[in-house]
Design a protein around this ligand. Structure first.
Ligand SMILES: [Zn+2]
Length: 308
């Protein structure tokens, strides 16, 4: 059976209208919608990334790999498909995107955000604010379209100060690992193209009403996450301080995509503890399905309880 994206969305809309449980997310092909208080949150799919398993699991010590992956029901030999969940928040007059996806130049399986936006009748011109978690390609490169024009022409663009400085520093090209040099060149090109439109913010400031920046470094030097609202009525946008189920089971291990694996592991362990204890609903950029769920303590570590 061939199911079109729009058909799935229409069915989802019907479900929402009869839903008596506003906090229960509803899944469409590319869009999952939930509400919390006066917030409306959509998890939009930018497509997915594909990694060979030997890259994705390289950081797990060989002697522990099979058992850990089996416990998470992950096939150690299959290509890893990593979700790309862009968060759209509608609150009052603001239409806020957290990150902008990969754009047309990163991977053929990614760069679908504009399609996902059209499914909910939001055009890129409608977006009032874009808040970045970090400068990696799958989060930043969607800033320009295939003609190198800014895709969100009316949005106020915001990135953490440390992160912006890192990617706009010409010496980053010399200090970044060789396999990430294309990341540095790509970030520099895009951040230069938008000129002084990028506003910079510090840790622990309220960027917009109800949206607080939380510095979560290690994945990249100035990586930011965002607490939106409260644990009772809100969502925590994690970005990439945790990117896979293995990160919950073994937060102490770095991941293949962390710039500073040791610092990333410290951040991951402390943030997962906070999110579990405060019982936040989270959206994880690379977590399965829509990335919406909760962090649970499990023995000395954690697990991800998907809610769609
Ligand atoms: Zn990412």
């Amino acid at each position: 059976m061939h199911v079109t994206r729009r058909f799935v969305l229409a069915r989802t809309a019907a479900l929402i209208s009869v839903s008596a449980l506003p906090l229960l997310p509803q899944r469409g092909w590319a869009v999952t919608t939930m509400t919390a208080g006066d917030l409306r949150i959509d998890s939009l799919s930018d497509g997915h990334l594909e990694f060979p398993p030997e890259f994705a699991f390289s950081i797990i010590p060989e002697g522990e790999r099979d058992e850990l992956l089996a416990s998470l029901k992950i096939d150690p030999l299959a290509m890893v498909h990593s979700s790309l969940n862009v968060t759209l928040l509608r609150q009052g007059d603001h239409i806020v995107l957290f990150d902008v996806g990969s754009g047309p130049d990163f991977m053929p399986t990614a760069g679908k955000l504009a399609e996902a936006l059209s499914l909910i009748d939001v055009s890129p011109e409608d977006v009032t604010d874009v808040i970045f978690t970090h400068g990696h390609p799958d989060h930043l490169w969607g800033l320009l379209d295939e003609f190198d024009e800014p895709l969100f022409p009316k949005a106020a663009l915001k990135m953490g100060k440390v992160e912006f400085s890192y990617w706009t520093d010409p010496s980053t090209m010399d200090t970044i690992s060789e396999e990430r040099q294309s990341f540095a060149a790509g970030a520099m090109r895009r951040l230069t193209a938008i000129g002084d439109r990028m506003e910079q913010f510090d840790d622990d400031v309220e960027i917009l009403p109800g949206i607080r920046a939380v510095l979560t470094p290690g994945h990249t030097p100035g990586h930011m996450s965002f607490a939106v609202g409260t644990p009772q009525e809100g969502i925590f946008v994690t970005g990439d301080f945790v990117t896979s189920l293995t990160g919950f089971a073994r937060p102490d291990l770095g991941t293949a995509t962390d710039h500073d694996p040791e610092l990333a592991a410290q951040t991951r362990a402390s943030m997962l503890a906070r999110l579990a204890d405060e019982d936040w609903q989270i959206i994880g950029y690379h977590l399965p399905d829509s990335g919406i769920g909760r962090v649970r303590r499990k023995g000395p570590a954690f697990s991800f309880e998907s809610e769609i």
